[in-house]
Design a protein around this ligand. Structure first.
Ligand SMILES: C[S@@+](CC[C@H](N)C(=O)[O-])C[C@H]1O[C@@H](n2cnc3c(N)ncnc32)[C@H](O)[C@@H]1O
Length: 308
């Protein structure tokens, strides 16, 4: 379930009045944000999507053998379902359930999946995976595969990532498995370019969050007064995205306001980059102790199958 507007408003205002101000990355994904993310995935500088897709395609038979057929696949943060499409072609699930916070985009993506797999049961729920995920009552009872690609786990700081992985472990039950994509530590220049492309698509994606927030809390952010900042923070092993005020500003919303000085930032996203051994250890702490790993030639990205 997506949280009520009241809860979203409260969360957003709490984040905006903090110093530094914050907006959760989940608010990137209105319909325009989802379309902009899809555009990012096609950029030369943005290596994660094509690298993960190439790992899934190159190892499809082995992944299929490890996963098994007739699974109930639950994809979290499904986006355009393109990776699920590659996966479903080889593992032939009994049922595919797509979960995403971006409702309109989700339903379009699922309609495309239905055209590709006319004989497969396909369901969709618009839900916030940081809240409790309530599965449809008519979901088939077969063994589950939770699919969480895109290194979206990197958007959570390690304690929250552990909490989310533990909830996924519960979701997949004792006989299920988690197939998860994770972005690995690599050279700083590659990371910085991936999150600050020359075409300005990531900047547009980051700035679009302010238009989404304007609609949710009736605020008056003017995106022309903000600029995109993205950089690798080596100490924290994460790429950070921020929006920086280009002048002294006062932003008002229904019931409140906040002054920003020129150069002050709103922190909009972290994208943690893991060393593979640290990520496997994190999975183990979530109760997912049996792992199988596939990676690309440069070891830039890993796809991990993890079981209790
Ligand atoms: C980085 S994109 C990845 C999309 C796709 N899985 C892929 O690998 O290309 C993150 C996806 O997760 C969704 N998302 C972000 N935060 C979410 C949340 N809290 N609950 C559910 N979905 C969320 C977004 O709408 C988006 O589709």
């Amino acid at each position: 379930m997506i949280e009520s507007l009241t809860i979203q408003r409260r969360e957003l205002v709490q984040g905006l009045v903090q110093t530094p101000a914050r907006i959760s990355p989940k608010y990137f994904y209105d319909a325009k944000g989802s379309a902009l993310f899809e555009a990012i995935t096609g950029l030369q500088a943005y290596y994660p999507t094509r690298t993960e897709q190439s790992i899934l395609a190159a190892n499809a038979p082995e992944i299929a053998r490890a996963v098994g057929v007739n699974r109930t696949v639950i994809e979290l943060g499904a986006g355009n379902c393109q990776k699920a499409k590659v996966l479903c072609e080889s593992i032939h699930p009994a049922c595919f359930l797509a979960v995403d916070i971006s409702e309109e985009f989700l339903h379009e993506a699922v309609a495309t999946m239905r055209l590709s797999f006319p004989n497969m049961e396909i369901q969709a729920i618009a839900a916030d995976l940081t809240a409790d995920i309530v599965l449809p009552v008519n979901l088939p009872t077969g063994r589950r595969l939770v699919f969480y690609p895109g290194s979206s786990i990197g958007n959570f700081d390690p304690p929250h990532a552990l909490a989310l992985l533990s909830r996924m472990r519960d979701l997949l039950q004792d006989d299920g498995a988690l197939l998860i994509g994770v972005d690995l530590v690599k050279g700083e220049a590659v990371l910085n370019a991936a999150y600050d492309d020359d075409e300005g698509v990531t900047a547009a994606f980051n700035l679009n969050v302010l238009d989404h927030v304007n609609r949710l809390i009736e605020s008056d952010f003017d995106i022309r007064q903000w600029q995109h900042r993205a950089f690798f923070n080596a100490e924290q092993s994460r790429v950070e995205m921020h929006l920086e005020a280009t002048a002294d500003l006062l932003v008002r919303w229904h019931g409140g306001s906040r002054a920003f000085s020129q150069g002050e930032r709103i922190h909009t996203e972290n994208s943690y980059k893991y060393r593979l051994e640290d990520f496997v250890e994190l999975l183990g702490r979530a109760g997912l102790t049996h792992t199988q790993v596939w990676t690309d030639e440069q070891a830039w990205f890993a796809v991990v199958l993890a079981r209790p």
